[in-house]
Write a protein that binds this ligand. Structure first.
Ligand SMILES: Cc1cc2nc3c(=O)[nH]c(=O)nc-3n(C[C@H](O)[C@H](O)[C@H](O)COP(=O)(O)O)c2cc1C
Length: 339
């Protein structure tokens, strides 16, 4: 078992050995990969909106409980401003609490309506947001931690243009609750840097898409392995709905429509629908035929391998980065220059 490298308020809050959090992943954040990261000492969040109905969601929570043998795992609550989208949110929370889940990640709009029920059920909530202003509001509402994501985040980083390390550095100065940072993090060096910044954890997504346990066609994973850090682009910024995605055929088509003046979601037809991505890309492996959330952190993915191996590699890299920094500090160029 890999030794603990960091012990802080986030590892205590989530009951984990490594402060690495696999954020919610629409369509992909299911028990297989979540259990694999949890069994490796990290935390993962099952994403209820990925399931066709509540019974299937509940069954997946039960599966995760079996796979993890009672270790804590989490649930992601993505709350949207779009009408009708959040119908099931109260049921997602109630079912999670009934099934013994106590760790939640929220994203989207304010956590105002969910923090109460979660705390009443004995749970803890980390709210993920793209600006310090929103994080301060969440802190005031009583969340237990916040995750600040930058514009590099795979998925929906929000309208905010600030990168992860600016957001994070401001957040640790202004918030009292523990701060997690995310967006663009795909290596252990970056985890060590985030900890030096004052964050107490990292939230990741893109780097884990190639994990063997993710239920997605191998052709998509192979494409991500082949991509470098330039493999993602931001679309739909003109609609105030920025989405960082794999630079593939469909994403370029969407960019062309935006450039030609499309300004409503309907203007893009089925190009941006998640059902299209699920069927054509994730199930059938036609990699260019749908929108795939992905950020530049995917550029660090160099092999299809178990999520536990990815966690172990990240921790080893973080340890090596910290050792190197320590050596440079004690007997580095500064000493030589002074001599
Ligand atoms: C395929 C994919 C799907 C995602 N879906 C969601 C989601 O449904 N809800 C959410 O809160 N975040 C979602 N995210 C964001 C991740 O939880 C996480 O915050 C993000 O991946 C971190 O940035 P990174 O991709 O640069 O590591 C998704 C990310 C990816 C890559």
């Amino acid at each position: 078992m890999q030794a603990t490298l960091f012990r802080n308020r986030i590892t205590a809050l989530f009951g984990i050995r490594h402060p690495i959090l696999l954020g919610g992943m629409h369509q992909l954040g299911r028990s297989g990969v979540v259990a694999a990261v949890v069994n490796a000492g990290a935390m993962g969040f099952i994403t209820p909106r990925s399931f066709d109905d509540l019974a299937v969601y509940r069954a997946d929570l039960r599966r995760c409980r079996e796979l993890t043998g009672g270790k804590p795992f989490g649930v992601n609550l993505t709350i949207s401003r779009r009408a009708g989208f959040n119908r099931d949110a109260p049921a997602w929370i109630a079912i999670a609490l009934e099934e013994g889940v106590r760790h939640f990640e929220s994203a989207g709009t304010s956590p105002e309506e969910i923090v109460g029920p979660i705390h009443a059920g004995g749970g803890v909530l980390m709210h993920k947001c793209p600006s310090v202003r929103h994080a301060l509001t969440a802190e005031r509402l009583g969340v237990d931690a916040v995750a600040l994501v930058g514009m590099e985040e795979g998925g929906h980083p929000g309208a905010n243009q600030l990168p992860t390390f600016v957001n994070g550095a401001v957040a640790v100065q202004r918030l009292r609750v523990p701060v997690v940072v995310g967006g663009g993090i795909g290596s252990g060096r970056q985890i060590a840097a985030a900890m030096a910044l004052g964050a107490e954890g990292v939230v990741m997504g893109s780097r884990f898409m190639v994990a063997s346990e993710v239920e997605m066609h191998v052709a998509v994973k192979q494409r991500i392995v082949e991509l470098d850090e330039h493999g993602s682009i931001a679309i739909l910024g003109t609609l105030n709905d920025t989405w960082r995605v794999m630079a593939n055929g469909t994403a370029r088509e969407v960019q062309k429509l935006e450039a030609a003046g499309a300004r409503r979601h309907e203007d893009f037809g089925d190009l941006i629908l998640s059902t299209r991505t699920r069927e054509r890309v994730y199930r059938d492996g036609r990699v260019d035929e749908g929108i795939v959330s992905l950020g530049p952190a995917g550029g660090f993915a160099d092999a299809i391998e178990p999520a536990g191996t990815i966690v172990a590699r990240l921790v080893d890299e973080a340890r090596a980065a910290m050792d190197t920094l320590g050596q440079r500090w004690v007997a580095g160029d500064g000493d030589r220059l002074a001599a």
